[in-house]
Design a protein around this ligand. Structure first.
Ligand code: ZN
Length: 300
């Protein structure tokens, strides 16, 4: 029986400390993560794992499931792997010194190729500040719920976004109770929001890097003016997250997945029904394999 790519495993354990938060109070967390996902069959991955690592037809590298260098499938055919359409474009900026095999960003590119672009820092595009957000924790960041209002304000005040974050803070108590009501009743605000709702957010930027190298990218002037969005209440499913780091530090693929769920519910105002679960197609499989291995190891 063959083993999985060790680098790949390692990557999922201890990288991607980029989308962190210490605030974990959501009731959803009571449910174990990665349970009840609507996933495509993992049969093809099981089969590929039995066969072991294979050579990538493009670069010749020894790989399992996919080649993280060429971004193509290895030992698995395209029809066996889900293809996902995302409601918004995702840009991932990765640090050049990072080993590609350690990144979960590649999962997103393989599963949603037409909506995901991976850039290697410092080669990043110019972003339109009123239509692009950066998912990154920090004092100036807002929640996905508040993101809508902030982008709308930016559009109307010519990009002066300081007042938005401040105002949101002062209105937060009131806002918390009003959100549900306004979504349900379809108030004037809500109706007005619908026009601009689907269109203003063009791209969502994620940084794929270890914690140490993240700040170099984060402080790049091309990202300075982007609205920062924080995922506040999700816990990572890393099978071995680093000591001393809160378990709300997410891997890149988890961060993208949870962002899209929030986006779906709060921005598109639709009930979430597993639309993006398959983003975790590889991640959940590897998670299961590692947990099995850990259980076995514990018994010997
Ligand atoms: Zn390759």
């Amino acid at each position: 029986m063959s083993t999985l790519d060790k680098d790949q495993h390692f990557s999922l354990c201890c990288r991607d400390k980029t989308t962190a938060s210490c605030d974990a109070t959501n009731g959803e967390l009571a449910k174990p993560p990665l349970q009840g996902l609507q996933l495509a069959s993992h049969a093809a991955l099981e089969e590929a794992q039995q066969k072991g690592r294979m050579k990538c037809s493009k670069c010749g590298g020894s790989r399992m499931f996919f080649c993280y260098t060429c971004c193509s499938l290895v030992g698995v055919s395209q029809q066996d792997v889900p293809l996902i359409k995302l409601p918004v474009k995702i840009d991932i900026i990765k640090h050049p010194n990072e080993t590609d095999g350690k990144s979960t960003a590649i999962h997103a590119k393989i599963l949603a190729p037409s909506d995901v672009t991976i850039y290697t820092y410092p080669c990043i595009p110019e972003f339109e500040t009123d239509a692009v957000v950066l998912v990154f924790p920090g004092p100036g960041s807002v929640s996905v719920q508040d993101m809508m209002q902030c982008l709308r304000d930016r559009g109307s005040d010519g990009g002066c976004h300081e007042p938005c974050a401040k105002r949101l803070k002062s209105e937060h108590v009131q806002g918390a109770t009003n959100t549900v009501a306004s979504l349900e009743s379809g108030t004037q605000n809500e109706t007005k929001g619908c026009e601009s709702k689907v269109y203003p957010l063009q791209r969502v930027v994620f940084i794929d890097s270890t914690w140490n190298q993240t700040n170099k990218i984060r402080t790049d002037e091309r990202l300075q003016d982007l609205l920062q969005v924080e995922l506040k209440t999700r816990k990572t499913c890393f099978w071995r997250h680093q000591k001393g780091k809160p378990d709300t530090y997410l891997s890149t693929i988890e961060a993208i997945y949870y962002f899209l769920r929030d986006y779906h519910e709060h921005w598109l105002s639709q009930e979430y029904d597993g639309e993006y679960d398959n983003l975790l197609y590889f991640y959940s499989y590897l998670h299961t394999v590692i947990n099995k291995a850990k259980t076995l190891a514990g018994k010997t």
